[in-house]
Design a protein. Sequence first.
Length: 189
Amino acid sequence: MTEFKVKNEESARQPASTAQRGKQVGEKIGAGFTLIELLVVITIVSVATSLVLVSWNKFRETRVLDAAGLELVSRLREIRSKAINGERPKDSNCLYFDGYKISETVDGDVLDVLVVPYCVNVLGEDIAAIPLETIPINPKVDRTFSGFPIMIQSVSGTTSGQGFIELTLHGLSGRLTISSSGDVKWERT
């Protein structure tokens, strides 16, 4: 028995094997992350989040600009359709209805599109008609009118000229074009 004790004492004195030591050390290290690892992960997540937010804001501004331009296109095409069909406002006192006049209007500091029936009396003079509607443009969007007022003729749907409405929002821009043939289109520039 004495020999057995000596062997156990000798083995107890021998250093632990590398596998055993690594396991013990690995258990301590595996319990968490170092400060540098945490800082690197936080930095990567922060940069990725900021890139996503910048892209999202640009996307949202593009959608606001396009929505304003496409809403105007839709409304002006509707007015052109009414002019072609000879539809005049129900409360209109026009003797001769010759279409709609599209112009810009300022209400306070807001610049919008004004639609007025174009009426002519027996002598061929313009009659001041009640505006049919005001088409509002999103107040966040800056606008510039060129070539207005434009007359959309009844029956033919052609216009008295060509006009542009430039819409801009935070460096993005688009142009609504009314051609002399009466076509209305929107494009981002």
